[in-house]
Design a protein around this ligand. Structure first.
Ligand SMILES: *[C@@H]1O[C@H](CO)[C@@H](O)[C@H](O)[C@H]1NC(C)=O
Length: 505
């Protein structure tokens, strides 16, 4: 089911309002309130969405006595253009390759786990299309049925993406055609939401559709099934895994693809939901690599009043997790597959379909050090362009050898191992330099000037961090405590919020 376009209830209003607007404009023109040339230019701009930006800026400088504004220096370092990581998908005629056959979900698989509906996964999206596409393709090739994947377009550009009016270099670009070809659903948020508001939007959507449980995933992850059997690598972002008992630990020791008892990533998610329901009543979250992928119990969030919309980004999780725990709901770190938190994109996503002609490689969409990385990195970690090329050559040689190895047999497994090793590198790359570059991918695209709802990319980041910090301050004042873990570090109870003095000097 696809939910796009203006909310049904608003449609009947558009025509009357349009007529009223036209009438007002005619009256204004008659009275000379607006000059018709400027109006025409603006109307044309609304239609085409592509005014001549520079010319428009010059023309619109008011001819008053004030000095022109002083401009900030033009940024000299600009990230290279992003590239489409799935050219085959963009060409609407070519057939898509099949996903690995052992990950194809059996029809009605959820029923085998006592579930009356296929649990959906929400993937929120604001910026950086190549990263979202990579995330979606990884869930699909790990067996998640496309009809149970819900992309939540939270770009703030209204219908511009649905109408195909943004370009790839626009940070908020999203390709509806490509997502539809993949068979996944798209839900549009009516306006740009913060992280906490978007979480509450997932909650209200689940409520409206009668889903008591749902999953949500961040858009910057890449997942795999346990195709190679047990995997005990602790990746950046992993916490200690929780086991209910010894038997549970044995049950979670995965069987490799092709063996009896093998479960894909998706099937493991169903298994996990089944286990959770059987073992605990008052559960809130199951986390898979902290909240990169999360299983949510709607009843828990409803019991504590959902996410605090006034803590827009960071700190909101500390606040909610504490309230849930104070109210007796459990949260546990579990495993359903291999999850990597990444900031880079595979050069060709056909690799995730195990296309033998594709050599798995990744590219950093924003190799420039981010503004948040205040200290200069040591030279050897920075990697000048030339050393990067050398590394790339090494990798290419290595990959060529691996390709020969693949030809000898165990092709699927060899390819899988190559993928896992590449994506582990991508995960490590994101967390390099003490995590200072974790968010650099968000600033990769710098285009889109003049397109509908254009918003300056650097301005967006700056505003984001201001709001994030404001949210942290709200958390501190709400609980009188500065650090995240309220349950471990304080004697606060649920009813204490906003009623206690600060506990630090
Ligand atoms: C879990 O799945 C099994 C079948 O695999 C089923 O018998 C059981 O009822 C399910 N548990 C719950 C809580 O739905």
């Amino acid at each position: 089911m696809i939910l796009v376009g203006s909310p049904r209830g608003l449609r009947p209003l558009i025509l009357p309002f349009g007529l009223v607007a036209i009438a007002l404009v005619l009256v204004a023109l008659y009275h000379g309130v607006v000059d018709s040339e400027g109006l025409l230019e603006r109307l044309l701009m609304i239609n085409s969405g592509r005014p001549n930006h520079v010319a428009a800026q010059e023309d619109r400088r008011p001819t008053n006595t004030h000095a022109p504004p002083k401009y900030k220096p033009t940024p000299t370092l600009v990230a290279p253009s992003v590239t489409d990581p799935f050219p085959l998908l963009a060409k609407s005629t070519a057939a898509l390759p099949p996903i690995p056959q052992y990950n194809v979900p059996r029809h009605g698989l959820h029923r085998e786990y006592g579930l009356s509906y296929a649990p959906p996964i929400f993937i929120g999206y604001t910026r950086m299309w190549p990263m979202l596409l990579q995330c979606v393709v990884s869930y699909l090739t790990a067996g998640w049925p496309p009809e149970s994947i819900f992309i939540v377009e939270n770009t703030g550009v209204q219908d511009s993406n649905a109408e195909g009016r943004l370009s790839l270099q626009n940070p908020f670009y999203l390709n509806y055609g490509s997502l539809r070809r993949l068979g996944v659903n798209i839900i549009q948020t009516p306006v740009l939401l913060t992280f906490s508001q978007m979480q509450n939007f997932f909650l209200s959507t689940a409520r409206a559709r009668g889903w008591p449980y749902y999953f949500y995933s961040h858009q910057d992850v890449l997942v795999f099934s346990f195709e190679d059997g047990p995997d005990t690598t602790q990746r950046p972002g992993d916490r200690d895994w929780f086991f209910y008992d010894e038997q549970d630990e044995i049950d979670l020791r995965p069987v490799a693809a092709g063996q009896p008892g093998y479960r894909s990533f998706y099937e493991n998610c169903l298994y996990e939901l089944n286990q959770t329901l059987g073992r605990e009543e008052r559960w809130a979250f199951r986390w898979f690599q902290y909240d990169h992928l999360t299983l949510v119990n709607r009843a828990a969030l409803e019991a504590v009043g959902g996410w605090d919309s006034l803590i827009p980004y960071y700190g909101s999780d500390c606040d909610l997790n504490a309230r849930l725990e104070m109210d007796g709901w459990t949260m546990r770190h579990r495993r359903v597959g291999i999850i990597n938190d990444v900031s880079t994109v595979m050069e060709d996503l056909l690799g995730l379909y195990r296309d033998p002609n594709v050599t798995p490689r990744f590219v950093d969409p924003n190799p420039i050090e981010s503004a948040e990385a205040e200290e200069k990195e040591p030279a050897k970690e920075v990697q000048s362009d030339s050393t990067k090329e050398d590394d790339q050559d090494d990798r290419n040689n290595e990959v060529t050898e691996k390709r020969d190895e693949r030809a000898k047999g165990h092709r699927e497994l060899a390819y899988f191992r190559e993928l896992v090793s590449l994506v582990d590198d991508m995960g490590a790359y994101k967390y390099r330099n003490e995590n200072k570059n974790r968010n650099s991918w968000q600033n990769s695209q710098h285009g889109g000037a003049g397109e509908p709802y254009f918003y300056d990319g650097n301005g967006f980041s700056t505003a984001f961090w201001i709001l994030a910090e404001a949210g942290r301050e709200i958390f501190r004042q709400k609980w009188g405590h500065q650090d995240c873990d309220l349950v471990k570090d304080t004697a606060l109870k649920l009813e204490d919020q906003w009623r206690v003095e600060k506990d630090w000097e």
